[in-house]
Each structure stands twice: as structure tokens, then as C-alpha cells.
Write a protein that binds this ligand. Structure first.
Ligand code: ASP
Ligand code: MG
Length: 473
């Protein structure tokens, strides 16, 4: 759509009445200029609270459920009364309590059943976004902006993988054209819930934790937006986590591929799946800070005119596990072990963060998130039950005392000596390298080290690659 901008506000940008006012102002600014579609996350910590409530319910803790319900109610009620007054406040409070009642009904159902069916969980936890979108839409209306809240359940069509659904773009495009386009053309401002969707036959789903970024990029793609702006609480995408590297700096511009690698390898600025829907139409993305909107932020583009040479950024991840498999008998083909292990990984939907093998002893290891470890180990043990029982395979080795370091940059390709410098910089810190992986695209070098060495290694590599901000004169 001509000139359309899609803007997404994360949980902290929606975290209080004051923050919602700030976000609304940013919406208004664009809305006065061009067609604008807004996507919002739940208020900060609300999704956690909703999930926690369901856990209490499953465990039979009725008192815990009621306490959480009250916390939810009062947080949104108070925010509403700080934002609005008069009949609009009354009307909005009614809408909020209707949504909260739906959640309470599901939570009490879980309490009775003693279990949490995944599709009820998805329906229940999308409530956070429904509440926040209702609040900001009402506040915008109080400022004479013709805003209205939209439940993405009526808009974003997904597959049936509850808790981590993938969008179906064609049916979503059709819905967006019917539901949003006419409103946008009539000068209205839709405020869509991030995070959720529904299957073709209407069963509620969610896109995975942090999925509102993904919702926004799906909508930007199907609406043919000119730009996508993602508002967070940091100044943009940085060359490293500033808590680890004090002189890390904001990157002015990076490519889709670089941003996706950074997100995938632990940078928290963007949901890893965000960029995929935008690639075909090459829609640029801005990562901006709603607390400091005057700063331009980072522009994420399909390709950059002249790729700066070397690395662009370093990220790290700590909640990971290194899983190693090793045949104990030469009778077992290492390649087949690898193939079956990868099949088991695929069956659990786990994401492999790094993978490496050595030839002679056929040892094969891969890195996954700790959260995915129990399911992966269960699958592997099933897949190799015979080999493990008869000692053809050494017991599966799991190392939790590891962290991942990823060095990312399109400009690393073909740079002889760069990897050597990176390894030397890490070894100077007396940090031992456990495993290394680099794909042939040379976009990312992934290095597994002991957990205690991760931050030291990040600092050393950041310095070695010349990524620090130029010293002030
Ligand atoms: N509210 C959801 C979450 O906390 C989605 C999001 O914030 O992007 O995971
Ligand atoms: Mg988020």
C-alpha cells in the first residue's frame, strides 16, 4: 500500500500509562503524515504473568490463580484510569474486564482439568496483547485519532503448531485486504495485537515468545508496507551487548542476513523470524528506541551499497547445551548416527545453533537452547535405544557449562586471517575454545567456550575486530 508504515511497540514501550502515551504520540506523528498500522505487545511482564497463572491452575493452586487475576486486573485498570476519564474510561474498563473474564474462564477451566491443553494456552496468553491494544486504541481515540483495536486472530492465518506457529501468507494477505485495507484507506488507524493468530479453521495460535516483531513483519509484508518500524527500549542494533562491552556502539545500517544471524545467535533486539516475510518485497526495517525517538536507530536493509569489511557485531548466549554423540564401535557408521540424530532434532523442532564433527572418531556435537534439551534428549534416547543398550554408542554427553559466541558480518567473506585473529584474541584471555562452526557463506563464526569465558571472549573479539566506538576527543 502506498506509503504505509507498520509500527510495532514492544512490552516496555507499552509498560505503563506514561509509556503508552509516548507510544501513542509516535503513532500520531506518523498517522498525520501517512497511512499507519500499529502492532503492540502486551504490557511488559504480562505474558509471563498469564503463563504463570496457567501453571498455578494446572498445579491446582486456586489461591495463586486468584492472586494473579487480581494483579492483572489492577495493572490494566489503573493504567486505563491514568490514560482516560469520563465515558471513554468507563467504556474501556468494560472492554478490559470482558477480555479478563475470558482469561479467568480459561484459567479456571485449567484448574478444574488439571492440565493445560496447548490450544487453550494460546488462546489465553494472547489476552495480554488484546488488553494492551484496547488500551492504546482508546487513548488514541481520546486524542481524536480514529484508532480501533484488531485481534490478530481474525487476521493472521497460521499452521496448527500451537505455541510456535508459522504464518500462511496468502490467506493472511486476503484477510488483511478485506479487514484492514478499506479502513486504512478511510483514514483509520488499526492497532493489531502482536503474537497471536489462528488456523484456517479458526483455532487460536501464537507465534512463539517475543513473536510480536514477527506479527508486525507479516503484516508489513502482506500489506506491502513501505517501511516497518520496530520500537524497543534500546537505541538500535548494537555491535555487542553494552552490559558486556561498555563501548559497544549502535550500528547505522545492517543487512537482513546480518540482523537475522544476530537475532538467531542471541541478540535480543529482534525475533529471529522477523525478517523472512520481508525479503521478497525488500521492505526496510528500522529498529528504534521509544524512550529516545530522536535517535535514528538501525536501518535493516536487503543489501548495503558497499559492505564494510570485517565483522559487524558479536553476540553471545548462555542458556545453551552442547550435546555430543560418539560411536563406541567401528561397526557403527558415524554418518548414519549423524543423520539419525539430525532427524531426531528435526522431530522436536529444536533449533541447532551450531554443529560440528570430527572425522576419525566420528564424534559429532551440536549446540541447542537449554529449554529444548529435555525433549531432544528424550528423542535421541528413543532413536538410539538399541545402540545405547548394547554399548555401540557412548552415553550421550551433555555439557551445560558452555556458552556461544557468534561473530557476524557480510564483510568477513574471503578475509584471510580474520578467524586466526579472532581465535588468538580469545586465547589471549586464556579462554579455551571447545567447538567451532562456520558455514560456507562465511557470514557467521560460531564459537563454543566455557561459560565463565563467554564475556571475556566477547570483549576481546569486539576489540580485536575494531568494533568499539571511536574514543571521544
Ligand atoms: N507478549 C509476547 C511475549 O512476551 C510477545 C512479544 O512481546 O513479542 O512473548
Ligand atoms: Mg518483544
Amino acid at each position: 500500500m502506498n506509503q504505509l508504515v507498520v509500527m510495532k511497540f514492544g512490552g516496555t514501550s507499552m509498560g505503563s500509562a506514561e509509556r503508552i502515551k509516548g507510544a501513542a504520540l509516535l503513532c500520531e506523528e506518523q498517522y498525520n503524515r501517512r497511512p499507519t498500522c500499529v502492532v503492540v505487545s502486551a504490557m511488559s511482564k504480562v505474558t509471563d504473568l498469564l503463563l504463570d497463572t496457567l501453571r498455578h491452575a494446572e498445579g491446582g493452586d486456586a489461591a495463586g490463580v486468584e492472586t494473579n487475576l487480581q494483579t492483572l486486573e489492577s495493572r490494566h485498570r489503573e493504567t486505563c484510569l491514568e490514560l482516560l476519564d469520563g465515558p471513554l474510561a468507563e467504556e474501556t474498563l468494560l472492554l478490559l474486564s470482558g477480555i479478563l473474564n475470558e482469561f479467568a474462564r480459561i484459567a479456571r477451566g485449567v484448574l478444574m482439568l488439571g492440565e493445560r491443553p496447548p490450544r487453550s494456552v494460546d488462546e489465553a496468553i494472547a489476552v495480554g496483547e488484546r488488553l494492551s491494544s484496547t488500551l492504546i486504541a482508546a487513548y488514541l481515540r481520546s486524542r481524536n485519532v480514529d484508532a480501533f483495536a484488531v485481534n490478530a486472530r481474525d487476521l493472521i492465518v497460521t499452521d496448527a503448531v500451537f505455541g510456535n506457529a508459522a504464518p500462511l501468507l496468502e490467506p493472511t494477505r486476503e484477510k488483511a485486504e478485506n479487514l484492514l485495507k478499506p479502513e486504512l484507506e478511510a483514514g483509520r488507524l488499526p492497532v493489531v495485537t502482536g503474537f497471536n493468530g489462528a488456523t484456517l479453521d479458526g483455532r487460536p495460535t501464537t507465534l512463539g515468545r517475543g513473536g510480536s516483531d514477527f506479527s508486525a513483519s507479516i503484516l508489513a509484508a502482506v500489506l506491502d508496507a513501505e517501511e516497518l518500524w520496530i520500537w524497543t527500549d534500546v537505541d538500535g542494533i548494537m555491535s555487542a551487548d553494552p552490559r558486556i562491552v561498555p563501548d559497544a556502539r549502535v550500528l547505522d545500517e545492517i543487512t537482513y542476513r546480518e540482523a537475522a544471524e544476530l537475532a538467531y545467535n542471541g541478540a535480543k533486539v529482534l525475533h529471529p523470524r522477523t525478517l523472512a516475510p520481508l525479503m521478497e518485497r525488500e521492505i526496510p526495517v528500522w529498529s528504534k528506541n521509544s524512550f529516545r525517538p530522536e535517535i535514528p536507530g538501525t536501518r535493516i536493509v536487503p543489501t548495503t551499497a558497499d559492505t564494510p569489511s570485517g565483522a559487524r557485531a558479536v553476540t553471545s548466549m548462555n542458556n545453551v547445551a552442547l550435546v555430543s554423540l560418539e560411536p563406541a564401535s567401528a561397526l557403527l557408521s558415524g554418518t548414519k548416527v549423524m543423520a539419525r540424530a539430525i532427524e531426531a532434532l528435526a522431530a522436536t523442532n529444536a533449533e541447532v545453533l551450531a554443529l560440528s564433527s570430527s572425522s576419525y572418531r566420528q564424534n559429532f556435537c551440536f549446540l541447542i537452547r537449554q529449554a529444548e534439551l529435555p525433549a531432544v534428549v528424550e528423542r535421541l534416547e528413543q532413536a538410539f535405544s538399541l545402540e545405547l543398550a548394547h554399548g555401540y554408542l557412548h552415553p550421550i554427553d551433555i555439557d551445560l557449562d558452555v556458552g556461544l559466541l557468534a561473530i557476524v558480518g557480510e564483510g568477513m567473506k574471503g578475509q584471510a586471517g580474520l578467524a586466526g585473529r579472532i581465535f588468538t584474541a580469545i586465547s589471549r584471555e586464556m579462554v579455551n575454545i571447545i567447538a567451532i562452526a562456520q558455514g560456507s557463506s562465511e557470514l557467521t563464526i560460531a564459537i563454543v567456550v566455557r561459560k565463565s569465558g563467554v564475556d571475556k571472549a566477547v570483549l576481546a573479539v569486539h576489540r580485536e575486530c575494531g568494533l568499539s566506538a571511536p574514543a571521544a576527543l
